[in-house]
Design a protein around this ligand. Structure first.
Ligand SMILES: Cc1ncc(C[n+]2csc(CCOP(=O)(O)OP(=O)(O)O)c2C)c(N)n1
Ligand SMILES: [Mg+2]
Length: 894
């Protein structure tokens, strides 16, 4: 027994009478003058008490009871009996799917207990709330809890959308006829799932920004205003993820009453209780209320109502509030006698209250989250709520219905098998029409199409506008931007120096004016627009704000003032890369979600990209998200001064694993122009399921004109930028440079030619990832087709006749050039920026990381000695001449 159990209720009989008188007075006011008046009176009392010095403890909580009292419950509109039957069949099939999968293949996994606890929540939503998308209504957007997937499949089976074979292939994606993915993955089931949710915490933050993006589209006139909602179903354990709660104030600040969270509070996560020593519902209530959300608690089922109505003194509510989640978990598996002794036994009056109830009755006292009559009012109140987002905190039992096999047990999350007896009990409890002989096979069961159950389901979905989840791309391709838009970048900047960031921002400004795509561009910045010189866009297209600009901006007099507007185009997200990425995802998937081809450009500090929001980027890939991620202030030695935690020399390596992401490290404005122009075409005209990562730098230099015929190479990953002029030289080299380091390579080219008689050709490598992918692809094809003419990787084709040694230098880790070295005819020496950054100027940084023209020259000379083309003494001398210190510590770990 915990301490709370032993606590005496310290009220004297006189005080009890006083309490009752006050409550009766309040009831009188409530009955005669209404809620508003009662609330005002309480407020007045509170102020008066505070003035008199009464210390009122702060509480963001309401009592541990349902937010909607029984008197205010609307009548349940459905047929409870048939819905129970449907729910039971779905429970059975969801369970059978996991059990069968694990019989077919031991250890294949799956979850029974998550959906078992959430079934009623989902079913009330499916039968009465979630609207499908059709020509009359855009439909609701739903984020399903990833581990509840078997239940969602089981429903689609009853709806006739999935077959027995599909269910049989749960977690068997690689079956010839396809399978049902373990969790929601649009990449694998592109007609079914819309949102990948199984990496916990991503769905709530994505849902918040999705709801805001829907408003953005409406405010900008890109979509018709709608009453559609965004629903996110979450686990209570999932709320521990920082992403889950980290953006909730955005939702209230923006008054997103189109957003509803449903938190399935089964009090358990994977290992055990979420808050054994506390109360997750109360904790979440305080957090969400504090953040300005409409909080609706669904804690107790209908059979508690008579007890609560008897509770004039509030002792039952107090006991409910005092008991801990660990206790409640125990009650969910305990006998009626135990519940009587431990829960009601703490006060004789409580014991008295339940004396008419049998032990079985006590065991059957239901939790709100399993009772449609309690869930419905909360959902209804949620969709009707105005001015704030809603969270529904529904108390349930994990593994509900599994009995001994796992109901409420700490092992339940991992339960994947049921033995014959357990299956029989499950079948009996939910009245599944399967014979006892059959039950051990755990067969799927679907009533005939003309059965009342199937008819009911179909009719409900028809009335609600169609089936969910469903991913359907109804969207025309765009008209590409005008060719002329990019001309100026192809011509170069003449003598004028500019950084690639400036070039990109100018390109963006021009694209925003383009008649075909201007409206569709969505610039997204996490409080970094000035860093990238984008502030002129504030005025040009405005910063999005649902309420416009309610204040007179301090810089209103200036040409580029901070302009907020209802139809503002920029999403200025503040300091949240995760939030910005969620906006990026909402905008980059709007073609599928809304049939609108918005083109997001998310511009951020490249260091705070993949290593910070890598999981969201992975989800973006899964969702076939489109758009451009622009890593600004990129390059470990190009971002001077900022030091170790800002200087990025590895985001391009982190971009490697993302299957459908193209990553470019361009050196010049025209390269960016080619990549963006082609990217828009591939993503939005040809409709490829790809997205882009492009790094831009803040170092200024003259931007050359595009060499003839360079376009194809820029896109494929490399092209010859500058041939050596000294064709007769005996000593030859091929130099690869990327980003700003290409300029160092060009300087090395000169020095090598002038001082050392080495004729070097310079290649601009725009994407090691593209070269790597192409090389792998050719190699794989060759392995699988031994008798056919070998495919030659693009890289190999480029350099097959190129003479001399190979040296590559970039502002990124050496693993990038090393990844392609296997397809070169001779060894490659890679120079890169492995190691922690430093606060220093560019020159010192490039010396420190050994990527400046001197080290490139040195790498060429030393390669030539290995090939016995020159004497080591020449290299020794070069080291001295170039003032390189051989005893310098290795930057890789110094
Ligand atoms: C980011 C992340 N970390 C860990 C997991 C592994 N995991 C899957 S379910 C689970 C427990 C879920 O608990 P809860 O959110 O309460 O959901 P419930 O199943 O109880 O409804 C964990 C830890 C995951 N899917 N994602
Ligand atoms: Mg849970």
């Amino acid at each position: 027994m915990n301490k709370e159990h032993n606590k005496k209720i310290e009220t004297t009989p006189e005080e009890e009478i006083e309490n009752r008188e006050w409550i009766e007075s309040l009831d009188y006011v409530l009955d005669n003058s209404g809620e508003k008046r009662a609330a005002l009176l309480i407020k007045k009392l509170q102020i008066h008490a505070q003035k008199r010095g009464v210390k009122l403890p702060f509480t963001a909580n309401t009592p541990y009871i349902n937010s909607i009292p029984v008197e205010k419950q609307p009548k349940y509109p459905g047929d409870p009996e048939i819905e129970w039957k449907i729910r039971s069949l779905i429970r059975w099939n969801a369970m059978a799917m996991v059990v069968r999968a694990n019989r077919l293949e031991e250890g294949i996994g799956g979850h029974i207990s998550t959906f078992a606890s959430a079934a009623a929540l989902y079913e009330v939503a499916f039968n009465h709330f979630l609207r499908g998308r059709n020509e009359n209504h855009e439909g609701d957007i739903v984020y399903f809890q990833g581990h509840a997937a078997p239940g969602i499949y089981a429903r689609a089976f009853l709806e006739g959308r999935l077959s027995i074979e599909d269910l049989q292939n749960f977690r068997r994606d690689l079956q010839p006829e396809g399978g049902l993915t373990s969790y929601p993955h649009p990449w694998l089931m592109p007609d079914f799932w819309q949102f990948p949710t199984v990496s916990m915490g991503l769905s709530p933050i994505m849902a918040i920004y999705q709801a805001r993006f829907n408003r953005y589209l409406e405010d900008r006139g890109l979509k018709k205003p709608s009453d559609a909602k965004v629903w996110a179903f979450l686990g209570d354990g999932e709320t521990d993820e920082p992403e889950t709660l980290g953006a909730i104030t955005l939702a209230s600040r923006e008054h997103l009453d189109n957003l509803i969270f449903v938190v399935n509070c089964n009090l358990q996560r994977l290992d055990g209780p979420v808050r054994g020593n506390g109360k997750i519902i109360q904790e979440l209530e305080a957090i969400f209320r504090g953040a300005g959300w409409n909080v609706l608690k669904v804690i107790w089922g209908s059979n508690w109502d008579p007890l609560i109505s008897k509770d004039a003194d509030g002792i039952l509510v107090k006991r409910m509030t005092d008991a801990l989640d660990g206790d409640y978990q125990k009650y969910s598996v305990a006998s009626g006698e135990y519940i009587r002794d431990h829960f009601f036994g703490t006060d004789p009056r409580l014991r008295e209250m339940v004396k008419e109830l049998s032990d079985t009755d006590l065991q059957k006292l239901r939790r709100g989250g399993h009772d449609p009559e309690k869930i419905f009012p909360a959902f209804k109140a949620a969709i009707e709520n105005k001015g704030s987002p809603t969270v529904i905190l529904a108390k349930t039992i994990k593994g509900y219905g599994l009995g001994e096999a796992g109901e409420g047990r700490n092992i339940t999350h991992q339960q994947k098998k049921l033995n014959e007896d357990e299956l029989k009990l499950f079948k009996k409890r939910f009245d599944i029409p399967i014979s006892d002989d059959d039950v051990s096979r755990a067969p799927f069961y679907k009533p005939p199409d003309d059965s009342p159950e199937v008819q009911y389901i179909k009719q409900r979905r028809e009335e609600l506008g169609g089936y969910l989840p469903k991913r359907e791309v109804v969207c025309d391709p765009i008209k590409p931007p005008s060719e002329k838009l990019f001309d100026e970048f192809y011509k170069g900047s003449g003598d004028r120096e500019a950084a690639t960031t400036m070039a990109f921002v100018r390109m963006l400004a021009k694209m925003l004016k383009d008649k075909n795509i201007g409206k569709l561009i969505v610039p997204i910045v996490p409080d970094e627009a000035r860093t990238f010189g984008m502030e002129a866009l504030f005025r040009q297209v405005g910063i999005y704000s649902h309420v416009g600009q309610l204040y007179d901006p301090v810089d209103a007099e200036t040409l580029i003032y901070y302009k907020e507007a209802v139809d503002g185009q920029i999403l200025e997200e503040g300091i949240t890369e995760a939030g910005s990425m969620s906006s990026f995802i909402a905008a980059g998937t709007a073609y599928a979600t809304h049939g609108i081809n918005t083109i997001p450009f998310f511009i951020y500090y490249s260091m705070f990209g993949f290593q910070r929001i890598g999981d969201l980027a992975w989800a973006a890939g899964d969702m076939k998200c489109k758009g451009f991620m622009i890593g600004g202030t990129a390059g470990r030695t190009t971002l001077a001064g900022e030091g170790l935690q800002h200087q990025d020399g590895h985001s391009h390596l982190l971009a490697y694993p993302l299957p459908n992401l193209k990553a470019y490290d361009p050196a010049f404005a025209y390269e960016i122009a080619v990549i963006i122009q082609d990217g828009i075409k591939r993503m939005y005209v040809d409709r490829e399921d790809i997205f882009y990562y492009i790094t831009v730098m803040n170092e200024s230099y003259t931007q050359p004109a595009m060499p003839d015929g360079a376009k194809e190479g820029i896109l494929k990953g490399m092209y010859k930028f500058k041939d050596s002029t000294n064709k007769k030289a005996k000593l030859r080299a091929q130099l690869f440079g990327s980003g700003t380091i290409l300029n160092e390579v060009l300087k090395a080219q000169e020095v090598l030619s002038e001082k050392y008689g080495v004729a070097a050709d310079v290649w601009s490598v725009t994407s090691y990832k593209e070269l790597y992918r192409d090389g792998l692809d050719a190699e794989r094809w060759n392995m699988l087709h031994p008798s056919e003419i070998k495919r030659v990787p693009y890289l190999t084709e480029c350099v097959k006749d190129a003479p001399g040694v190979f040296v590559a230098a970039s502002d990124y880790v050496m693993a990038l050039p090393d990844s392609i070295s296997q397809w070169l005819p001779r060894p490659l020496v890679s120079l890169g920026t492995d190691g922690f950054g430093r606060s220093a100027g560019r020159k010192d940084l490039r010396d420190f990381f050994e990527v400046d023209w001197r080290y490139i020259t040195l790498a060429v000379l030393s390669s030539l000695t290995w090939e016995k083309k020159i004497n080591p003494e020449i290299v020794e001398k070069a080291i001295q001449d170039m003032d390189i210190s051989p005893s310098k510590p290795n930057p890789i770990l110094s």
